[in-house]
Design a binder for this molecule. Structure first.
Ligand SMILES: [Zn+2]
Length: 359
C-alpha cells in the first residue's frame, strides 16, 4: 500500500541532497543503494546515468532526471497543509525528484504487498537541465525497454504531454577593439554597442502559439573605462513547427550578416546547435494508451497538453523508445516558489504502482 508519510519522507530526504546539473554523484549513490535494496541490478553508463533492471524480458521503463536547477543548494523542504515548498531562497527540487520519490514509493509498496510486478527498468539521467545532456550521452545499448513513462511534466500525473518542441541554442561572439574610453575612444570599437544593435534586430519572446525566442545571457567588456573588446551572447529558440525552426535559423544568420556589414571592422562569430527535436504523440500511441489506462484505473481523467519545454522524452523517442511524459505533482518549475501538491504526489505514486502491477 502506498505510504503517504514514507513518500513525503523520501521526497524530503532526496531534495535535501544537493544535485545541481553536473554534480549528481552523491544523489546517484543514494538512488543506486535504494534500487539495489529493491532487488534491481543497477548499472551506470560511462556518462553517469543510472540504469536499473530486474532482469525480466521486455521491461516497461520509468525514467526521470537526477539533476536540479539553481538556486538548488541547501534546499530546506517545508510541509504546510497540502504543499511542500522551499524556504523561499531555493527551488524545492520537485522537478524532477517528486517523480523519483513517487517511483520509489510505488516499488516499495509493490515489494511490501508481495504483488507481482511487470518487467521494470528504471533510468535516472544526469544533466537533463543542460539541454538534455545526460540523455543525449546515454548508452542506449544498455537499455532493454522499448516503451516507458517519463516523470518530468508540470501539473498532476493525469496531465500527459502531447507534443514537445525542437530546440536550437546559439552562441554569438562579437570582437570589437579595446581603447581607453576617456583618452582615445575614437580608435575603439564597442562590442557591447554592436551586440545591442544585433539583439534589437533579433526576435524576442513568444513569436506564435508554438514558438518562442530568448536571449538568456550576455557578458562583455572588462572595465568601466575601456571600450569593450569582446561580448558574448547566448540564446535559444524553440518551436513544435520544424518549418518555423528553419525560418528562424535563416533569420538569425541573415541578421548576423546584416550587422556584420554595418560594422565591417568587427568580427562576429556564431554557432547554432540543434539540441533536441520535436515530437507529437501519434494517436493510439502504445505507451500513452498504457498510461491512460492506469490513470483511469485510479479514477483520474487523462488530459493531453502540448509543452513548451523539452524532456529526456525528446531524446528517447528519437532513439526509438516510445515514451510518454506525465505531470509530477509540481507547479512553478525552476522558480523559488516551486511547490509540490502532496495529494497529487500520492496520486503519482498510486499511478506508478498501478502501471507496474502485473494483473
Ligand atoms: Zn525536469
Amino acid at each position: 500500500m502506498i505510504n503517504r508519510e514514507r513518500l513525503i519522507e523520501t521526497f524530503c530526504k532526496i531534495v535535501s541532497i544537493d544535485s545541481p546539473s553536473g554534480e549528481e554523484k552523491e544523489i546517484s549513490k543514494v538512488f543506486h543503494d535504494i534500487l539495489e535494496k529493491l532487488n534491481f541490478n543497477v548499472k551506470e553508463d560511462s556518462y553517469g546515468n543510472l540504469i536499473a533492471n530486474d532482469g525480466k524480458k521486455n521491461p516497461f521503463m520509468l525514467s526521470a532526471h537526477m539533476d536540479t536547477v539553481e538556486p538548488g543548494r541547501g534546499i530546506k523542504p517545508i510541509i504546510k497543509n497540502n504543499q511542500i515548498r522551499s524556504d523561499g531562497t531555493t527551488i524545492v527540487g520537485g522537478d524532477c525528484k517528486a517523480g523519483i520519490a513517487a517511483m520509489i514509493e510505488a516499488l516499495h509498496s509493490i515489494q511490501e504487498d508481495g504483488t507481482n510486478r511487470i518487467a521494470t527498468e528504471i533510468v535516472l539521467t544526469r544533466e537533463e537541465e543542460v539541454a538534455l545532456l545526460g540523455a543525449r550521452n546515454l548508452d542506449f545499448s544498455m537499455i532493454s525497454a522499448k516503451e516507458g513513462v517519463i516523470l518530468d511534466g508540470e501539473g498532476p500525473c493525469s496531465r500527459i504531454t502531447s507534443a514537445s518542441p525542437s530546440y536550437v541554442s546559439f552562441d554569438i561572439t562579437i570582437t570589437g577593439r579595446a581603447a581607453h574610453a576617456g583618452v582615445e575612444p575614437e580608435i575603439g570599437l564597442s562590442s557591447i554597442y554592436i551586440a545591442a544593435d544585433l539583439i534589437q534586430k533579433l526576435p524576442q519572446g513568444r513569436l506564435d502559439k508554438e514558438t518562442t525566442f530568448n536571449i538568456g545571457l550576455i557578458d562583455g567588456g572588462s572595465t568601466r573605462n575601456t571600450v569593450p573588446h569582446i561580448t558574448n551572447i547566448k540564446g535559444e529558440f524553440r518551436s513544435i513547427n520544424i518549418e518555423t525552426i528553419d525560418l528562424l535559423k535563416t533569420q538569425c544568420l541573415n541578421t548576423i550578416n546584416e550587422v556584420q556589414k554595418l560594422y565591417p571592422e568587427a568580427e562576429i562569430e556564431h554557432t547554432l546547435t540543434d539540441d533536441f527535436h520535436t515530437y507529437t504523440l501519434p494517436p493510439n500511441n502504445p505507451s500513452t494508451e498504457k498510461i491512460k489506462k492506469a490513470l483511469t484505473q485510479i479514477g483520474l481523467q487523462p488530459t493531453m497538453d502540448p509543452s513548451g519545454g523539452g524532456t529526456d522524452g525528446n531524446v528517447f523517442r528519437l532513439n526509438g523508445i516510445d515514451t510518454t511524459v506525465i505531470g509530477i505533482a509540481c507547479r512553478n518549475f525552476h522558480r523559488v516558489d516551486e511547490y509540490v501538491i502532496i495529494s497529487e504526489l500520492v496520486d503519482l505514486a498510486h499511478f506508478c504502482e498501478t502501471l507496474l502491477k502485473d494483473k
